[in-house]
Design a protein around this ligand. Structure first.
Ligand SMILES: *Cc1c(COP(=O)(O)O)cnc(C)c1O
Length: 474
């Protein structure tokens, strides 16, 4: 398996070569030359596998250059009941016949990003040690990515994390989760701006190839390919849990922001997993919903990005979306490059009159959006009807999922975070404090450690260089 760029400007590379990288050198995103197809016999064999073994089987298809015994060990060390709360790792809970919750948020930071990120921490440490290198991870987060990355990388040898977050825009719980970490390889930077500003700063640093090389800068944001692949695993696991034979189809409803999670569903479907619908659910920041309804992709600027009660989806430039557009256009890399040039010059592109958009149904995608009031009502109804408390992101998915159910096809709603992370809205909806795992009691009152950072790329570079030198010195 070799990796190429969505824009066609990268010589084919191996998994180990792209693992630590961010954008492809031509500004595109890396993708495998082709997705492996899973036949019926393989599906049957995989049905009985525990999570770590299933992860190994899927990952080895995408990472053939990592020795199998090592990869198996990395998966076994990552997907433990100790880290994820149960042997199932991602348990399936039936709300009513045909409507289920796939619980992805039982990892160390109580959000689905742990599932991929915990593996990434072990993969990074392994590859860096093997190659005698070090890596400075530069990331942007609106909450969940940052804490998941920090909890995956804390104490890992050869790795430092520089994490940018929009100052004052994360929940108190998320802020405490990140800023209370005392590990010397973790650096929290609170940027005076919104999430997209943070992301732009990360991109600006990554585009300075000389700086990037000199300081061994890498990323773990949602464009990282290994994260996407690690997420493919739970679509298989969820499908196995909801079916008894290989001719059954299920649908997935996915609260979406950067399009990383639902992209993994798309890849599972391209691999041959019998998925009916992939429901893209957005909040008020509905760039993706607009595209799937109209064919027009119109990312918004940071000034137009609303702060909502599902903050991990307050994203108006879906960083993984280019990978799907590449597939939608049948791998026409020149066309992808042209579209992203249009985005730069005109701020949008429009596929509404193309045969490719007319055939978008072949990819299973449908979409919808929720408003704050919809999420609050959904949180209430879910508790009243099923006795289950869901967070605001999961509520968004549940709300949109209802519009797309089909008779005889189970709808699996991905639970992407636990309600404890978004207490304000739970209080508003239910008048109670959300349940909180014991390990997180009193987290807001722990000492916090962070550095304020203006929206200034030069200052950011300076800070990174200084800290790397200081920590090498000792
Ligand atoms: C990151 C996140 C999302 C959005 O996932 P994408 O992969 O960016 O589409 C949704 N819900 C929660 C809780 C998240 O942390």
């Amino acid at each position: 398996m070799r990796y190429v760029s969505t824009r066609g400007g990268m010589p084919p590379a191996s998994f180990s070569e792209i693992l630590l990288g961010g954008l492809a050198p031509d500004g595109g995103l890396v993708l495998p030359e082709a997705y492996p197809r899973i036949d019926d016999a393989t599906l049957t064999r995989w049905r009985a596998l525990p999570y770590a073994e299933l992860a190994f089987e899927i990952l080895r298809l995408y990472a053939p250059d990592i020795p199998e015994a090592d990869l198996r060990e990395l998966c076994a060390r990552t997907y433990t009941a100790r880290a994820f709360g149960s042997d199932e790792i991602v348990p399936l809970l039936q709300l009513e016949p045909g409507l289920q919750l796939l619980r992805l948020s039982n990892g160390p930071t109580l959000a689905f990003k742990d599932v991929a990120m915990q593996l990434l921490g072990n993969l990074f440490e392994y590859v860096l040690a093997r190659e005698g290198r070090e890596l400075n991870i530069l990331g942007a987060t609106s909450g969940d990515t940052g804490s998941a990355a920090e909890y995956a990388m804390r104490g890992k040898r050869g790795v430092r994390v520089f994490m940018l977050s929009p100052h004052g825009r994360m929940s108190a719980f998320q802020t405490a989760q990140m800023f209370s970490l005392a590990d010397p390889n973790i650096f929290n930077l609170a940027v005076q701006g919104v999430f997209d500003d943070c992301q732009d700063m990360v991109k600006a640093v990554s585009n300075d190839l000389a700086f990037k090389q000199r300081w061994a800068i890498g990323t773990v944001n949602s464009i990282n390919w290994a994260r996407v692949v690690a997420q493919v695993v739970y679509y298989f696991k969820g499908w196995f849990a909801a079916t008894t034979s290989n001719d059954q189809r299920v649908s997935f409803a996915v609260p979406s922001g950067n399009f990383g999670n639902v992209l993994a569903g798309h890849i599972a479907r391209m691999m041959g997993l019998p998925i009916s619908r992939l429901v893209v659910a957005t909040n008020e920041n509905d760039v993706l919903d607009e595209f799937f309804r109209t064919g027009r992709y119109r990312p918004r600027g940071s000034a137009e990005t609303q702060q909502t009660s599902s903050p991990s989806m307050d994203i108006s430039k879906a960083s993984n979306f280019e990978r799907f557009v590449h597939d939608l256009l049948g791998g026409a890399t020149g066309q992808v490059a042209d579209l992203w040039k249009d985005l730069e010059t005109r701020g949008e592109f429009d596929l509404s009159d193309t045969p490719e958009f007319a055939a978008i149904g072949d990819f299973g995608f449908v979409s919808g959006r929720s408003l704050h009031a919809n999420r609050v009502a959904t949180i209430r109804e879910t508790r009243e009807r099923y006795g289950v408390v869901v967070d605001t992101h999961t509520a968004d998915g549940l709300y949109v999922a209802r519009q797309w159910r089909e008779p005889g096809v189970p709808m699996l709603c991905l639970e992407t975070a636990q309600p404890a992370k978004f207490a304000d809205t739970i209080r508003e909806a239910l008048g109670i404090e959300p349940p909180r795992p014991a390990a997180f009691e009193g987290i807001e009152s722990r000492a916090q450690r962070f550095t304020l950072m203006p929206r200034d790329v030069t200052m950011l570079k300076h800070y990174i260089a200084e800290r790397v030198l200081a920590s090498r010195a000792g």
